[in-house]
Each structure stands twice: as C-alpha cells, then as structure tokens.
Design a protein. Sequence first.
Length: 262
Amino acid sequence: MILTDTHTHIYSEAFDEDQDEMMQRAIKNGVTRFFVPAIDSTYTKAMYAIETKYPEHVFLMMGLHPTHVKENYKEELVFVEDELKKRSNKETGKDFYAIGEIGIDLYWDKTFLAAQQEAFRYQIQLAKKHKLPIVIHCREAFEEVFEVLESEKSDDLFGIFHCFTGTIDDANRAIGYNMKLGIGGVVTFKNGKIDTFLNQISLDHIVLETDAPYLAPTPYRGKRNESSYLLNILEKLSEIYQKPIEEIAAITTKNSSDIFGI
C-alpha cells in the first residue's frame, strides 16, 4: 500500500530535533511520497536539504505563501521565478512539481489583500508557463480565491485545493476549476463539518495530506502533526466512504500522480 502525503512541511523547525525519526515513522506507515510546499525564500535551503537526504521520497514545490506576502513580495516573486528557471534548465536533473502553496489568507491580516491577489494571479501564470499544477492555500477567503480562479480559468489551470474546509458548494466549485480537494486532519475533527458531505464527492477528486506540523488529526489534535498520521486520515475516509483503506490509498495516490505528473 503506497500512501502519498500531498502537503507536508517536513523541513519545518518543528522537526529540527527528530527529522530522520519522523521520516522513518512515516515511511514505515506506508507514506513513501512527500510533496513539500514552499513558504518563502528563507526556507528554500532547508527544502533542498531534505530533498537531498530523501531523493526517492521528497518532491518539492516552489512559491510564495500568502501569509508571507509582505512589503517585499515582489522581490520574493522574482526569487520564485529565478528558482523555477534554474531547475527547468535540466542542468540540476531535478524539477519542481507544483507552484505552491499560493493563494489568499484573510484570517490573520487583511492589510495585504491586494498584494496577495496580485501574487496569487502572478504565480498562477507562472504555473501555466511552466506547465505545472498549483496548490492553493485558502483561509477565510473562498470568494476572493474563486474570483482569481475565475479570471484565470483555462484548460491549463489545474491543481489541489489544499486543506479544504469549505461547503459542498465550495467543493463542487473548486472541482469545476480542475482542482482536487486536499483532505487532512480537519476531516477527523468533531466540528470539522466536511465529514458530513464528503461521501457525496467522488474519490476521483480527493487527495490526502497532513499539512504537518499543523492540524494534527484526532487523536493527536493540538499536538505536532507529522506525515505518519496520514494513516489516521486514511482510516477516517475509509469510514466515510465505506471502502477498504487499500482502495482509498490506491485511488488517492493515483489522483496525486495525475496532478503532479509522476
């Protein structure tokens, strides 16, 4: 059984003390593919380091996270574009597998909304240029995200709506923009709500994620999350869809392969 964590920050400072042990726990649980989103330029060195340590397992993204869209966001976008150019020339023998995570976050601060919208749109255009999927971060900003997606809608727009927490209408709307739904620890929460309608969404539109070290699933809620806990999310989906975990693992891993081109 192959499990794919489509969104995990395994380079995070939260794993500084036990990164290798964390990785081995995940691999032992069947999680053998880790798709790793970017945040900003300050994390790139750590991302490259874990890719070097686990070249058969780790697949990197490049992008600027919406909560890191600040006064210097244009410099950060130049950095993103430069890194894409470096890796796309094939001299490194490595690739990025998505532009992410990108999007809009209005939970913490609305000050940079216009800049977030501009950065989101610009990075979608970069994804199209490089023929890559996007991985969307959306927090308290569904309408704002959908507005940008609508303006960029095309056959070459596709990707993952990471950490999906919306309504069934939001889910269907996201799917309409060629997005898979990234389902993580929230599906195990008593107040998570998405478990009440998820079985109305075909598994063909679902991928699994942890968002480690954030949003640990029950029974680890409130503690540090890690990729080995993907098994808890898989078990919850098995309960929701009334299908064996092996079948859900196979379908969601295939879905991730379709998105990331692996």
